[in-house]
Design a protein around this ligand. Structure first.
Ligand SMILES: Cc1ncc(COP(=O)(O)O)c(C=O)c1O
Length: 386
């Protein structure tokens, strides 16, 4: 049996080839490869899609986070609170800017940042008195929204800047509203594997503030002022290529139908896997973008053996994330030393299954069958009951 692709960008490309080709040909004809008209068009479309007042596209999700934090002058002596269970970029940016990332534990079922633990970590930093609490980065992990009402409340009480790392979750919604307005700024990634992915690196910042949007535009072009050779501040070369904007415009036309297919796959997985493994808990009153569908294997399962057995059945899997960030060599030195027991336990049991808009429902059934067989061959009680 041929293997199921974990992600199938070639199938997506075949499905939208004429629209992609037309968009790319237009750029090749006008040759404005940097800040060409497609960039502005995309910014308008993305802002309208997310219901945000302003959108500034940038060169990656990482640069979106960095520009947002540079605009607030976050740096040395500042504590930036963020979940310990996320991609490295969330923690890397504060550290690159001289600030200290403070890792917060997660909810064991949704995998999102735990507001109660956030309160505790802020109290610890205040008690230690060495760092000034300055910002919270909420991460919308795996396609689902972070607990935004609680994060907003905590940020307001402590006077902290609130940044949404929405790299994985553009297109998701909370309380009937698309992500993009939950925090003071929202960073999006268009890395090729993201639900809305370019053919290279790309990102965007969404904000309600005209002042912030103007700062982001300046920072993404070397801190320029009203004219090209007026340099107002230290910035970076952080623009989105016109070709990437053209690709994203073609993909945006089919984005909602792709999100609907991802949701159908997730519902199929839920139905087939309930009782066998812990299926991902939904954040109440939200819609996920289903960037990642990750289950928790029964405690004590040999995860390597499960992955190997599924691979033998032609089903690839992935582990996001095998280690929480506080346990990574790059961050150990800056970590306050407090453990993150939930993130540590989740990282031992988590397993991501293929989910993408070109995965047929029958292929999803092959995935769940392979997981059931793999667990049965380990003789777990859950598999026997299923
Ligand atoms: C949670 C999170 N934040 C930030 C990033 C960085 O985005 P990019 O790869 O576009 O720089 C990613 C990308 O994988 C991510 O998953």
């Amino acid at each position: 049996m041929h293997p199921i692709p974990f992600l199938d960008l070639a199938a997506q490309q075949r499905r939208i080839a004429p629209a992609l080709r037309a968009r790319l040909d237009a750029v090749l004809a006008h040759c404005q490869f940097v800040l060409g008209p497609e960039v502005g068009e995309l910014e308008q479309r993305l802002a309208a899609y997310a219901g945000a007042a302003h959108c500034v596209t940038v060169s990656s999700g990482t640069d979106a986070l960095q520009i947002a934090m540079m605009a607030e002058e976050i740096g040395r002596g500042h504590a930036v609170f963020l979940p310990g269970f996320t991609y490295t970029a969330t923690a890397e940016v504060p550290l690159v800017l001289g600030a200290t990332p403070v890792f917060v534990d997660i909810d064991p079922h949704t995998f999102q940042i735990d507001p109660a633990d956030l309160e505790r970590r802020i109290a610890t930093i205040l008690a230690l008195g060495q760092l000034k609490p300055r910002a919270i980065i909420g991460v919308d992990l795996f396609g689902q929204p972070a607990p935004w009402p609680a994060l907003r409340d905590i940020a307001a009480r402590h006077g902290l800047f609130l940044l949404d790392d929405c790299a994985q979750s553009f297109g998701a919604s909370l309380h009937g509203r698309k992500l993009g307005q939950e925090a003071e700024a929202t960073a999006v990634s268009f890395f090729p594997s993201k639900p809305l992915g370019a053919y290279g690196d790309g990102g965007a910042l969404l904000t309600e503030s005209a002042e912030r949007a103007a700062l982001y535009r300046s920072l993404r072009t070397h801190g320029e002022g009203a004219t090209r050779y007026e340099v107002l501040r230290t910035g970076m070369n952080g623009r989105l290529d016109t070709l990437q904007a053209a690709i994203l415009l073609a993909k945006l036309d089919v984005f909602d139908s792709e999100l609907a297919h991802r949701a159908a796959i997730a519902a199929r997985y839920d139905a087939k896997l309930t009782g066998l493994v812990e299926i991902p808990a939904r954040v109440p009153d939200s819609r996920s973008a289903w960037a990642i569908y990750a289950v928790l294997l029964p405690e004590g399962t040999d995860r390597d053996a499960v992955q190997a057995a599924m691979r033998a059945d032609g089903v690839p899997t992935a582990i996001y994330y095998p280690k929480p960030l506080h346990a990574q060599p790059a961050y150990r030195a800056s970590h306050t030393g407090n453990p993150l027991p939930v993130a540590e336990a989740v990282s031992q049991r988590i397993l991501a299954l293929p989910i993408h808009p070109d995965l047929p429902l029958e292929a999803a059934d092959r995935v769940t069958d392979a997981l059931r067989h793999a667990l049965a061959s380990q003789g777990t009680r859950a598999a026997a009951a299923g």
